[in-house]
Each structure stands twice: as C-alpha cells, then as structure tokens.
Ligand binder design. Structure first.
Ligand code: UDP
Length: 485
C-alpha cells in the first residue's frame, strides 16, 4: 500500500465511523479538557498567553537556552538499583538465570564504542552481565575511513537503498574484517557479533569452541539483494541470529530469535525527574505547562514527517488550544537535517505555540523533561526502525500517537497501549480525541507503561541474553529437577 492510499484509508475510516465532522461536539470538549488541566499561577499563565507574548518569545523559541558543553557522564547504576522498578521476583529470576552460567565467558563485538543505540545498550548491558558474574568482554573493531564509508553504504543498502557493490568494495570489507580477526582472540564460550560491520569475524569460529550469535539491530525486510547476497553466507555460519522485530528478519538456515530493543529506566533519558526540573526546562524553552503540550522528539529527517506533525497540529489547534514541541538534534552537522529544519521552521510560520528545538547530543535530561511535560507524545514516522522515542513515551506513561511503521506496531497495540495512525488527518483526529478524552488518554498511558515494562526494559533484554546463552550452551535443556536452584 502506498502512503497516499494509506492516507485515503485513514480518511475513509474516519468517515465510516462518522468522526470526520468533529466541529459540532469536540470544540466544547476541547475547552473542557483545557480547563481540567492543572492551572499554573495566574501571572505565569499570562506570561505565555498567545495574546500577551513578550517580544523576545519568538526569538527565544528559535534559539533556546541550551548547554553548550556535554555534562560529565553519570555514575552507571548497579543491578540492585533496578529492584524498585522491576520488583524482587524479577530480580530473583535474573539472578537464577545468571547463576546457571557462572564461569561461562562472553565476548561482544561491535563497530563503535560511543554514539548510536548499540553502544548505548552495550554500555549498560556489559557491566550488568559482569556484575551477575557472567564475565563479558566488549571489543570494538577498527577500520579506516574507507571501511566506514563502505559499512555506511551497506547500512543504507540493507535498508533498501541503491548501491553499487563492486569487487573492490567486497575485498576492502573482508580485508578489514580479516585484520581485526588476526588481532583478536576468540576463546570465550559465547561470542556475540553486532550488526554487519564485524560479521566477517565468523571465520575464527572453527579455531575456538564457542557458540557464535549474530545480533542484527537493523531492519532487513527489504535489503539490497547484492549486499545481502554478499553478507548472507557469513551470517549463516553463526549458530543463531537475533533480530529486533518480526518484520526485520530474513529467511535463514539458522535459528532466529526476537529481542526487542530496550531502554534503561535509570538512564538520564528515562529516570524519574523532579517536577521543579521539568518546570525549569519548560520555562527555559518557553513552553507553557498550563496548556496541553504535544511533542515529537526526532532527528530532523523527512521520514519522521515533522512537517506532517505541524499540519496535524494546525488541524487540532482549530479546536483545542495546545502547543507543539518539535525537538530534534544533529541538524547542525547533518546538511540534510539543516534543510529539513528550515522546512519545519517555514511550516511553523510565526505561530508562537510551535516550539522548535535543535538540541545538542548531550540533551538527555532535557529530552526526558520534555517527554514528561507532554500531554501527548507523537512519533508520526513514515518509515522507522524500532522507534525508541515511542518506547520512551510509553515508559513515561504518556499516550503515544505514532505511525504504523517499522517496529512501532510491536509497541503500540492500537487503542490499548497507544494509537496508530496512517495520515495527517488520522493523526489530527487522534490527537484531538486524546486531548478531549483525558481519562482514555490516561488509560493508554498506564497500559503503555506496563507494556514497556514487560517487553522493552534493559532488564528484559538482560534476561533474554541469559536465556539465549543457556539455549546455546544446552543448559536450558536440562531436566526440570536438575534445573531447580
Ligand atoms: N533523541 C535525542 N535527541 C534528539 C532526537 C532524538 O536524544 O534531538 C533520541 C531519542 O530520545 C531516542 C533516539 O534519539 O532515544 C532516537 O531513536 P529512534 O529509534 O526513535 O530513532 P532513530 O533516530 O534511531 O531513527
């Protein structure tokens, strides 16, 4: 189905349900909802009233106060710190699984130590595994610019992009893998290779005794046939492959497992925050907490459809007095991001209730505060990987309205843990519905948090690795009597 057909379908669904003419009833509902939201002190509210905006407001919206230096990294949490979040039984279960692996060694290999979701996960997962006495080493492969250019090309091609895979490119890729392989040892019991960049290390498998797993974090649903044809024979030498969503997999001659990506509830991005800090961040960015806040946090990328979000907001704004926060990053170092940011600014026009923030990469606390201040979180992607911003919104007990693409439908069960949309009009309709039905919105938030807790926390990810290790080593196949602690 094309995007246009999808839009049409969304409209017709709304029409069929008789919900396309909301003027008659929901304007009044909208007013009622706005009245129901907690009121700030009158002087503060006046400060941000659209009719009474200070001169510098619009300027500030475009150049908000932002830290110019990265803050020092926070102390990493220990396993025990997760107890108040996941509870004693879950803690015991994880400890039990880890105990059965004591003395078994693990090596994880990826292509970068900083930046990107994989490094973020490994930064938390590896210390936790070590704390649970499953000795885990994390190693990073090295390569020249030519290697990283090739692997970036592979990444885009595996997502369906065009690519000219020459003999020379294949040789460079294999040469760097071989160089890394020569300098690394693979004596561990379990070896986990992340993503395509180091996939060629599998050549070391016959030299050791370990079981090898390929953890693919990317969406392989529509890969470039040449690039996938080159990688597939390497992948099929592993003992198992792990993917992030059912839709991301390929037909393979090895067992496949599903591990959802995860978020860390104790990270700066997701930990609980004081209301006073949330107030401060909103004040700094010129956001009025007395009125509903719709938020999309995303790189300025057309596939995240920020302009579509503005269009949806404009439809909603006719009936409900609300603000839209579009916060993204990377627009300064990504030429395409800068173009999209300009398009977004243009679409926002001079509406002071559209707050556009171009945040530096060290804005985790600010992103956390913006998400927590939101009445509804939006992720109106047209194409998506897993969609971690959705997970973050669910975890913060927010109603989430998101495009039904990529890994988002694994997270949002329509009308139960959030709402799925296919068009600007569908998005506007759902936003307006949630703003005017706060009890339903609150219930979605509660269900969303439970769903995230059961499936998308780092502790769930940890448990899945421990289980997979047991399966790989045959420990999980012990009889019931032997398996008791
Ligand atoms: N993010 C951020 N600052 C920004 C934009 C995004 O910290 O300005 C974070 C966001 O909170 C999430 C991640 O970057 O944790 C984006 O992951 P997602 O899977 O949603 O999208 P991707 O950017 O990987 O396509």
């Amino acid at each position: 189905m094309t995007y246009d057909e999808d839009r049409q379908r969304d409209r017709s669904t709304i029409d069929e349900e008789g919900l396309a003419q909301p003027e008659q009833n929901s304007a009044a509902e909208g007013e009622a909802t706005v009245k129901e939201t907690p009121q700030r002190p009158p002087e503060k509210e006046r400060r941000f009233r659209q009719t009474d905006l200070p001169e510098h407001f619009i300027e500030r919206r475009k150049h908000p106060r932002i830290k110019t230096e990265p803050p020092p990294p926070p102390q990493p949490p220990s396993f025990e710190d997760y107890k108040p979040i996941i509870g004693q039984p879950e803690m015991d279960e994880i400890r039990f699984l880890a105990r059965r692996l004591q003395g078994k060694t693990v090596k994880m290999v990826n292509s970068t130590a900083v930046g990107g979701g994989v490094a973020e996960i490994l930064n938390r997962l590896v210390p936790l595994l070590n704390e649970l006495e499953v000795p885990t080493r994390w190693e990073v492969i090295t390569g020249g610019n030519d290697f990283y250019e090739i692997t970036k090309g592979f990444h885009n091609a595996l997502h369906g992009g065009d690519y000219n895979l020459t003999q020379e490119i294949q040789e460079i890729f294999l040469a760097y893998n071989e160089q890394n392989r020569q300098r690394m040892q693979f004596n561990e019991d379990l070896i986990v290779i992340h993503d395509p960049q180091p996939a060629g290390l599998i050549r070391s498998k016959p030299e050791g005794h370990g079981r090898w797993m390929w953890r693919c974090h990317i969406d392989l649903s529509n890969p470039h046939s040449g690039v996938w044809g080159f990688l597939k024979p390497m992948v099929e030498q592993y003992d198992a492959a792990v993917f992030s969503a059912p839709a991301f997999t390929r037909q393979l001659g090895i067992p496949q497992y599903l591990f959802f990506p995860s978020i860390d509830p104790l990270s700066e991005k997701n930990k609980e925050l004081d209301e006073s800090y949330i107030d401060k961040v909103c004040d700094d960015f010129g956001i009025d907490r007395a009125r509903p806040i719709l938020t999309q946090i995303s790189r300025f990328d057309r596939l995240k459809d920020p302009v579509g979000v503005i269009e949806a907001y404009k439809l909603v704004k006719k009936y409900v007095d609300c603000q839209l926060v579009l916060a993204g990053g990377g627009a300064t170092d990504d030429p395409e991001g800068a173009v999209v940011l300009a398009e977004v600014m243009d679409a926002a026009g001079d509406d002071p209730d559209v707050i556009i923030l171009n945040l530096p990469p060290w804005s985790a606390l600010e992103v956390n505060a913006l998400q927590r201040a939101s009445t509804v979180i939006i992720q109106k992607s047209l194409k998506e990987g897993f969609g971690l911003t959705v997970t973050e919104g669910l975890w913060k007990e927010k109603p989430v309205v998101a495009g039904a693409v990529g890994g988002i439908p694994s997270q949002i069960i329509h009308k139960l843990t959030g709402v799925l949309v296919h068009s600007v009009e569908g998005c506007a309709y759902q936003l307006r519905y949630l703003l005017t039905h706060p009890e339903f919105a609150a219930q979605l938030g509660k269900n969303g948090r439970e769903h995230a807790k059961e499936n998308f926390l780092i502790t769930v990810n940890l448990k899945r690795w421990l289980l997979l290790y047991q399966i790989m080593l045959g420990v999980a196949q012990l009889s019931g009597t032997e398996a008791t602690p």
